[in-house]
Design a protein around this ligand. Structure first.
Ligand SMILES: *[C@@H]1O[C@H](CO)[C@@H](O)[C@H](O)[C@H]1NC(C)=O
Ligand SMILES: *[C@@H]1O[C@H](CO)[C@@H](O)[C@H](O)[C@H]1NC(C)=O
Ligand SMILES: *[C@@H]1O[C@H](CO)[C@@H](O)[C@H](O)[C@H]1NC(C)=O
Ligand SMILES: *[C@@H]1O[C@H](CO)[C@@H](O)[C@H](O)[C@H]1NC(C)=O
Ligand SMILES: *[C@@H]1O[C@H](CO)[C@@H](O)[C@H](O)[C@H]1NC(C)=O
Ligand SMILES: *[C@@H]1O[C@H](CO)[C@@H](O)[C@H](O)[C@H]1NC(C)=O
Ligand SMILES: *[C@@H]1O[C@H](CO)[C@@H](O)[C@H](O)[C@H]1NC(C)=O
Ligand SMILES: *[C@@H]1O[C@H](CO)[C@@H](O)[C@H](O)[C@H]1NC(C)=O
Length: 656
């Protein structure tokens, strides 16, 4: 029996046994899953055990991938983009259906192109760079929260305390730059800005970091947002501590890397913690659940067995859920009757007989269907609901906001995409309609053991003092007088100093005396100096004059000028004719004459045609006079018949 006949015989048998059996029968006994991360890192140590634990759990589970074993192929990228890329290629040669990782955003950018070509989905539990966007890299799927949301959380905190300028301290790689760019956008929506970007080259030593911090310290902002990786981060805080920058007046907001370091560090030594007191730290929020607690205890048992001293952190939860996401997707993929086939890429061929042997890289034929299954993921894992939104981000992004104090950290609230800052857990808020009106956090103990909220800015170290001009003059020395350079006294100076003290922040002032003290200097000249920006302000007995107000701003007057207007007073006795006062005698006469004139004109126009204006001469004279005066109250007995008469009457009505 030939091979072809054997296959045909098997196919007939399968068809007879029915569709369901045929699908199940086609299931492979083993499916390879790749993993790519740095073993010896804070995140990697937690993720390594979590991924192995997840593979064991999937293989032991009877409901997901029953009959098919997941086999894990891990590779160590050792924090190097070059090694990471090479190892990604090696993984692709081993016919993996998906890769858990990479851990770093930089490697993510590079190998996403490979994944796009070979149709192998990447599920990264730690590459948080928001620039790893779904449009450019369709096979890159982030199984943790994008820094886009973390930076919105930071912006909400900055806005909550009403700071307007922040200094961003970041490591100058894809991860740092992507995060800081998202921070800039997020702050802009809250009308705040990044006033200084302190970029730290990757793998810098303590000297370089100190230099960067010293420069950041010269700027006015005292709100530092630190978005770096754990190794650089530890060096930043020991340098900042030496420079006394973790002290009263400073605000440090630190992204989730520090939470991972704190959660993972075995010894909560007060000496280690002393230089990070008062920091605000973000950490991905995962709701409390039985599954989570069970996972934590299993992880700890496994860590003890392997003598791993480093602890679990929130990235471990995401790594564990990533494996389950893939397992469920493979299960669905196989259930839908697909097969796991790989084919050679026609675009990769060893034409020149080179030694890179690129032709061993295979395209995963079912990659696109696998990706669709991954996007349909919908289950509850240790990190809560695992589901991808339309923008391919995990649904319900939320952060814990922690305040480092003593030998640990205190939860001061949560941030969720749904309701912003709150002290109620996000999973409770998600049951309610979104409510961003009530932003709330518990009190924070700031650096330097201070409970008062730092102002968030200072005058720049290299900034100049306020230059205040003071006239040095010969007269009225009580108001302002000079007793040598910079030593000025007087009532005006006292008012000024008191006003400066009322400001909630210190303002350095330098008095500049103008004039030689023997004759009065030109006051408008001093005002012109303020306008010309050779002085920042002027204090003294300045009069508010017209051409001065055109070129500068004056304060409210605080000394009375003493100028008055003198006018004679004439007493008039009260009289019964007071009602005639408004008009003079001439005016009354003209008004009376005008009425008579109108009466005569109307009589002239009307008496030939109108009965009302006829009769004896005496009666006609009375009618004229009566008509004139009754016009004032528009109550005539006489009807006007001619058009001219009517317009004359209207004209008079208007005048009255
Ligand atoms: C990882 O890289 C560092 C230097 O970057 C090197 O010292 C170390 O030996 C490497 N570790 C492994 C396991 O390759
Ligand atoms: C770790 O676990 C394995 C089996 O689960 C056991 O054989 C081994 O003795 C354990 N090692 C330690 C150090 O407890
Ligand atoms: C996978 O390969 C098998 C044989 O190698 C073939 O019968 C099957 O049609 C292939 N499946 C797909 C989806 O290409
Ligand atoms: C996810 O699953 C839950 C129950 O398991 C279901 O209620 C919900 O509608 C599902 N969501 C989607 C988007 O399919
Ligand atoms: C976050 O919130 C915005 C606005 O409320 C919404 O448009 C977006 O879909 C949310 N994203 C996620 C992943 O929930
Ligand atoms: C939002 O929360 C605040 C305080 O809890 C409450 O007063 C307000 O009514 C809420 N708004 C909505 C729309 O639920
Ligand atoms: C200013 O001059 C007065 C009188 O000469 C003197 O008592 C005072 O100490 C001086 N102040 C300063 C700050 O020089
Ligand atoms: C303002 O007016 C005064 C006199 O009224 C004049 O001496 C002075 O030059 C004017 N200054 C300016 C800046 O116009």
């Amino acid at each position: 029996m030939g091979a072809a006949q054997l296959v045909a015989w098997f196919l007939a048998l399968a068809a007879a046994a029915g569709a369901a059996v045929s699908a199940a029968g086609a299931r492979p006994s083993e499916v390879a899953l790749g993993a790519l991360f740095t073993y010896d890192s804070t995140i990697g140590r937690a993720a390594r055990l979590a991924i192995e634990l997840a593979v064991d759990d999937v293989n032991a589970d009877g409901t997901v991938l029953a009959g098919t074993k997941l086999s894990l192929k891990s590779r160590d990228t050792n924090c190097s983009a070059f090694l990471g890329t090479v190892e990604a290629f090696q993984l692709m040669e081993e016919n993996v259906v998906a890769v858990i990782g990479p851990q770093s955003s930089g490697i993510g950018h590079v190998i996403s192109h490979v994944a796009n070509e070979l149709h192998v989905p990447l599920l990264s539990f730690a590459a948080t760079d928001p620039a790893l966007a779904a449009l450019e890299y369709p096979y890159f799927l982030r199984t943790t929260i994008s820094d886009y949301f973390q930076m919105n959380a930071v912006a909400s905190i900055v806005d909550y305390y009403q700071w307007k300028r922040v200094t961003a301290i970041y490591v100058d790689d894809d991860y740092g730059r992507g995060g800081v760019s998202a921070l800039g956008d997020a702050l802009a929506t809250k009308r705040a800005i990044i006033s200084y970007k302190a970029a730290i080259p990757p793998n810098s030593n303590a000297d370089v970091i100190s230099d960067v911090l010293v420069r950041a310290n010269m700027m006015e902002s005292r709100v530092m947002v630190v978005h770096v990786n754990p190794d650089t981060g530890k060096r930043i805080f020991s340098a900042a501590n030496k420079l006394q920058m973790v002290a009263s007046g400073y605000v440090w907001i630190v992204t989730d890397w520090l939470a991972a370091v704190l959660d993972s560090s075995a010894s909560r030594d007060l000496k280690d913690m002393s230089h990070i007191q008062g920091l605000i730290v973000l950490r991905q929020h995962t709701p409390e659940s039985d599954a989570k607690n069970k996972f934590i205890s299993k992880w700890n048992t496994m860590a003890r067995n392997r003598s791993v001293t480093s602890g679990l952190n929130s990235y471990g939860f995401y790594a564990y859920d990533s494996v389950w996401t893939v397992a469920r997707a493979i299960d669905q993929f196989l259930d839908s009757g697909q097969q796991i086939n790989f084919s050679t890429d026609p675009r990769l061929h060893d034409s020149n007989g080179n030694t890179l042997r690129l032709s061993t890289l295979k395209i995963f034929d079912g990659g696109e269907q696998m990706l669709q299954q991954l996007l349909l993921t919908n289950f509850t894992g240790v990190t809560g609901p695992v589901q991808f939104g339309s923008d391919r981000n995990l649904v319900r992004p939320a952060y814990d906001i922690l305040n480092v104090g003593g030998s640990g950290s205190r939860l001061i609230g949560y941030w969720s995409n749904h309701s912003g800052l709150s002290i109620a857990a996000p999973e409770i808020l998600y049951q309610k309609p979104p409510n961003t009106s009530a932003q709330q956090l518990y009190n924070v103990l700031w650096p330097g053991d201070s409970t008062t909220m730092p102002r968030g800015w200072v005058f720049r170290n290299n900034g100049q003092a306020l230059r205040v001009g003071v006239p040095n003059k010969a007269s009225f020395k009580d108001l302002v007088s000079s007793r040598g350079p910079g030593n000025v006294t007087g009532y005006c100076i006292d008012v000024f100093n008191t006003a400066i003290k009322l400001l909630p922040y210190p303002v350095p002032v330098q008095f500049v005396t103008i004039g030689d003290g023997t004759k009065n200097p030109s006051y408008i000249g001093i005002v012109s100096m303020v306008a010309a920006n050779t002085l920042d302000a002027a204090v003294g007995d300045f009069a508010i004059v017209r051409n001065g107000t055109a070129i500068s701003e004056y304060t409210q007057p605080y000394v009375e000028a003493g100028l008055v207007i003198v006018a004679p007073v004439k007493q008039t006795p009260p009289s019964a004719w007071a009602f005639l006062k408004p008009f003079t005698l001439e005016m009354w006469c003209v008004t009376g004459a005008l009425f008579i004139l109108v009466g005569v004109v109307v009589w002239l126009l009307e008496h030939r045609i109108n009965e009302d204006f006829r009769g004896s001469p005496r009666r006609q004279v009375i009618t004229i006079i009566w008509f004139s005066f009754s016009t004032m109250f528009t109550a005539h007995r006489e009807n006007i018949l001619s058009a001219l008469g009517r317009s004359t009457q209207e004209l008079q009505g208007l005048i009255v």
